[in-house]
Design a protein around this ligand. Structure first.
Ligand code: TYD
Length: 136
């Protein structure tokens, strides 16, 4: 999988004067089965999160509130995405180094993930990541 597979996906949006509604169905709106949901909140200004890759995990990242940037790096090329809408999100395929920064105050970052938490799926060292991308 490549950086070009990682893209913003628009979600259904039911506009309503009482408040808008969006939804995400596993394997329908995103290309994997959802096994886990986690979220980042109360992120102090200037914080960075992430800075790792996953061997097998697929993720979908949504700015539920506020905004932040996600930088993806496949070992050759980097791309910065600005997330600031609740009706779209960024699909992140396996073997993609990522970090999140530029959090607005009150930002909430929700991540849908294709498997349960597994530390052995993480690549936390950038040099290890680069050597693995060269082997692929
Ligand atoms: P980590 O994935 O490194 O955070 P981030 O990439 O957002 O900066 O996780 C931080 C800590 O939280 C780490 O000790 C593992 C733990 N954690 C879980 O226990 N379950 C989870 O689902 C996640 C995402 C993290």
């Amino acid at each position: 999988m490549a950086l070009s597979d990682c893209k913003l996906i628009d979600l259904p949006k039911i506009s309503d004067p009482r408040g808008n509604l969006s939804f995400i169905e596993s394997e329908q709106h995103i290309p994997f089965e959802i096994k886990r949901v986690y979220y980042l909140y109360d992120v102090p200004g200037g914080s960075d999160r992430g800075s790792h890759a996953h061997k097998n995990l697929h993720q979908f990242i949504v700015a539920m509130s506020g905004s932040f940037d996600v930088v993806l790096d496949d070992g050759k090329e980097k791309k910065r995405f600005h997330l600031n809408r609740s009706y779209n999100g960024l699909y992140v395929c396996p073997m993609m180094w990522r970090y999140l920064d530029n959090f607005s105050s009150g930002a909430v970052c929700m991540v849908l993930a294709s498997s349960h938490y597994d530390e052995s799926d993480y690549i936390r060292d950038y040099a290890d990541f680069i050597s693995l991308t060269k082997q692929a």
